[in-house]
Design a protein around this ligand. Structure first.
Ligand SMILES: C[S@@+](CC[C@H](N)C(=O)[O-])C[C@H]1O[C@@H](n2cnc3c(N)ncnc32)[C@H](O)[C@@H]1O
Length: 221
């Protein structure tokens, strides 16, 4: 990391970075660790979580534009988290926290059940080589973790520039009884709460179509 990024961790982490009890690996989450959301943000409010927030462009813009809502960026890439904290600090954004952790563990245990109003996954790593597709984040089993964290009626928003990953996302989520489609036709409209990130721009520059999906968490019985 650059000096500025190192400084972000030493000076800004106390304001933004959640101190997560670990299990074995550095980005793991101890299975008994739970985030006290209202205590952390100092108020009760809707919580939006971005999985794989990269440099944080989308979540910092959203958090800054929507001060009444709380935001959590989940990322394993330290330099990206540093950039997110530096940008949030520059803009004076206080309704944002970041966590350096493996997203499935954050969704399956660290966040309390039914605590998240929206979960966003924008341009997740495509792992486009056939032998690597099993590493994709959105695959069978993922939906259970997301459904646990989402409130009844909560939204899971996704976007990708890889057609076969978009098809996989739709197949996985269509098959998941805890979710229902919240779009008409083949794909959702582009989510207007998402600013254009480098990954979206690159996909467009390479001639790839951007596909959005949005699913609603069905009410618990
Ligand atoms: C292709 S980038 C997209 C970043 C951002 N969403 C954007 O549109 O600019 C995917 C990001 O997901 C992160 N990521 C991948 N697997 C993850 C995991 N298991 N937990 C948390 N973040 C993860 C990567 O580190 C990377 O920054």
């Amino acid at each position: 990391m650059s000096d500025a990024q190192e400084r972000a961790f030493s000076e800004l982490a106390p304001h933004y970075l959640l101190d997560v009890p670990r299990d074995v690996a550095w980005t793991s989450v101890h299975p008994e660790a739970r985030l006290d959301v209202a205590a952390e943000y100092g108020r009760p409010a809707d919580l939006i979580v971005e999985i794989g927030s990269g440099q944080g462009h989308a979540i910092v813009a959203a958090a800054t534009a929507r001060p009444e809502t709380d935001f959590l960026a989940v990322e394993v890439f330290r330099a990206g988290l540093a950039r997110t904290m530096l940008d949030a600090d520059r803009l004076g954004t206080r309704n944002l926290r970041v966590v350096e952790a493996n997203a499935p563990e954050v969704l399956s245990s660290y966040l309390p059940e039914a605590s998240v109003s929206e979960a966003w996954i924008f341009f997740p790593d495509p792992w486009h080589k056939k032998k690597h597709t099993k590493r994709r984040l959105v695959r069978a089993g993922f939906a259970d973790n997301a459904a646990r964290a989402l409130v009844d009626g909560g939204l899971l928003r996704l976007a990708t520039d890889w057609e076969d990953y978009a098809l996989q996302m739709r197949e996985v989520l269509d098959a998941e009884p805890l979710f229902e489609r919240a779009f008409e036709g083949d794909w959702a409209e582009r989510f207007d709460g998402r600013v254009m990130t480098a990954f979206e721009r690159k996909g467009i520059a390479k001639g790839r179509d951007i596909r959005d999906l949005v699913y609603r968490r069905r009410p618990r019985a």
